[in-house]
Design a protein around this ligand. Sequence first.
Ligand code: AMP
Length: 621
Amino acid sequence: MNPFINLGIRHDIVNAISELGFENPTPIQEQSIPVLLTGSNDFVGLAQTGTGKTAAFGLPLLELLDFEENHPQALVLCPTRELCLQITNDLKNYAKNMNNVHVVAVYGGASISDQLRQIKRGVQIVVATPGRMLDIINRKAIDFSQVQYVVLDEADEMLNMGFQEDIDNILSTTPDEKKTWLFSATMPAEVRRIAKKYMENPFELTMGEKNTGNANIEHEYYVIRARDKYAAFKRIVDFNPEIFGIVFCRTKIETQEIAESLIKDGYNADSLHGDLSQQQRDKVMKRYRERSLQLLIATDVAARGIDVNDVTHVINYSLPDEIENYTHRSGRTARAGKTGVSISIINSKEFGKIRQIERVIGKKFVKAEIPTGFDVCEKQLFALIHKVHNVEVNEQQIEQYIPRIMNEFADLSKEDLIKRFASLEFNRFLDYYKNAPDLNAPADDRLGREREGGDRFAREGARGDFTRLFINLGSVDGFSRGDLLGYICNTSKISGKVVGKIDVKGVYSFFEVPHSDVATVQEGFKGADFQGRDVRIEISGDGVSTNRSGGRREGGYRGGNREGGFRGGDRREGGFRGGDRREGGSNSGGGFRGGEKREGGGFRDFSGKRREDRGERKKRF
Ligand code: AMP
C-alpha cells in the first residue's frame, strides 16, 4: 500500500502527489502528518527548508478543511513572495483531484485588486506574506473569524525580516481556538517567544539535532588571499563542470559585479538582488529554474524562499554577516533527500567565523584546496569525454556529411582518432591552465591563524599590501606587542584592526600597516616623544613587508612550482568557458550572443582559437 495512505491521506490526494514523484514520505512528513491530522494540536516543527515541510502541513490541511464551505479556514504566513507562490502552487497541485478547493496567494509587488477579487469569490486557504495580508485586513476585505489553522512557515525568516508586529496584528483577527503550526529552520529566542505566545502545549518535532543543518550537505571552505577570490571562485566552478549553483554575495553591488564579470568571462550566470523589478526577478528565476542559467548570483534577501531542486552547490562568495543566514543559504542545496555542497571562500581573517558557523550548524567543515590548473584540465577533459559519449546524434542532419568525414579520417585508426579528439580539447585546457598559479593561501598563514585564531590574526592575516615600519622603541622600554599596538594607535590615530604583524625587539620593533596608512602613521608620530626621547618611525628595508606577496609582485614567488611558475605581475585569470555554456544575462550588463561580445581574458571561442587577454577587464576584486 502507498505509505501516504498508511499515514491517513486519502486516495485522490495520494494520486496527485504520486504524479509529483512523492513515493515515500520524507521524515518530517512521516512524523508530523499523523499528529497534524488529529487537528487538535498546536505544533512546532524545527526543520530546514527542502525537507518536505510544505506537504507536511499542506496534506493535513487538505484533509481537515471543509471545502463545501467557501470562507477562509486556513491561513499560511510565509516570509517572501517566492515562497508564497511556491506554497500556493504546491497546495493546488496536491489538491488537483479534489473539488472546490480554492487557494489564494496574497503577496506584495503584484496587483492587489486581483487578489481581492479572488478572495471575494471565496477561498478556504490563504497563503500570504505578512505586509500585504495586513493591508487587506485593514481594508476589511477578508474575514478570518472562522479560521481554524494558522501555519507560520519559515518563522525565523519572518522575524528576521521584521514581521513580528504584522504577525501579531494578523493573528489578532483570528479566533483564539485556532490551532497554530509553526515551522522554522532555526529556533532563536524570538521564535521561542512567539511559540510561547501563540501556542498551548505544542507538539514539538525536531528533525535531526536542534539547529543542525541538513545531514546531506557537505560544508567545505577554501582559504585564499582576498585579492585572489574571484580567480579562486572561477577555478572551483571550472573544477565542477556540471555545477548548478547559487552564489551568495553580501551586497547588491557585489552581486552585480560578480555576475557581470562571469558573463564577460563566458559563464552562464545572472544576478538576483533587491534592485531588480519584480518582472526582472521573475525572469531570472525562470531562466534559473529552466537551467538556462548555471549560476545564480544572489543576495540573502533576494534568495529567500527560493525553492529549486537539484542545486548542486551553494557558494558563499562572501560569508553572511548574520551567522544564522548560513543555514538558510546552505539549505538551498540538498533538497528532497539529495546531496549538495556548501562552499565558503574565505581569507585567513575569516577563519574564526567558520568555527562559529560550525557551532551553529553542529557540523564540521572540511578544509579543501583550490584545485590546481592541472586538476581542472583533467576534470574538464573527462566531463567532455562523457558528453561526447552521451551526445544525441542528429542522424538526419549529419548523414549528408558522413562520407566526407569518413574520407578525411580514412588514414586514422580508432585509437588515433580518439586521441586527436581528446587532444583538441585537452591541449586547449592545458594551454589555458599551464601557468595557473596556486591560489591557496600559503600554508603558514592558514596554520598560524587556525592555531591562534581570533583577533590577533584578524590583524596579521592577509599581509598582502603591508609596509613594514621600524620604531625605535622595544621591550627594554616596557612594551609588549599589545602595549605597542595601543601606543601606535593612540599616537597615529589609526585603527588597531589595520595593524599587521608586530615584532617587538629589545630597543626597537617592527610593525606592519597597509601601504595606504603609512603617511598617516608618519604624520601622527611627527614630534612624538616617549619619556623624553624622540620617537623615530622609518620604513624598514625596501619598504615592502617581508611577506610573500611582496616577493610575488616581483614575479619570483612560486617560480618552482609544477605549473611552471607565476608569470609575474598580474595574476588575473581570464574566463575558461567554451561556447556551449554561454547565455547572456538579462540584467547584468546585457545579453550577448556567441563569442563576440566577451572581453574576459584568455578564453576560447568555438573554434578553439585562443583569444588573448586584452586586459580590458578591470580587476575589481
Ligand atoms: P519543501 O521543503 O516543502 O520546500 O520541499 C522540498 C522539495 O521536496 C519540493 O520540491 C517538493 O516537491 C519535494 N518533496 C516533498 N515531499 C516529497 C516526497 N515525499 N517525495 C519526494 N519529493 C518530495
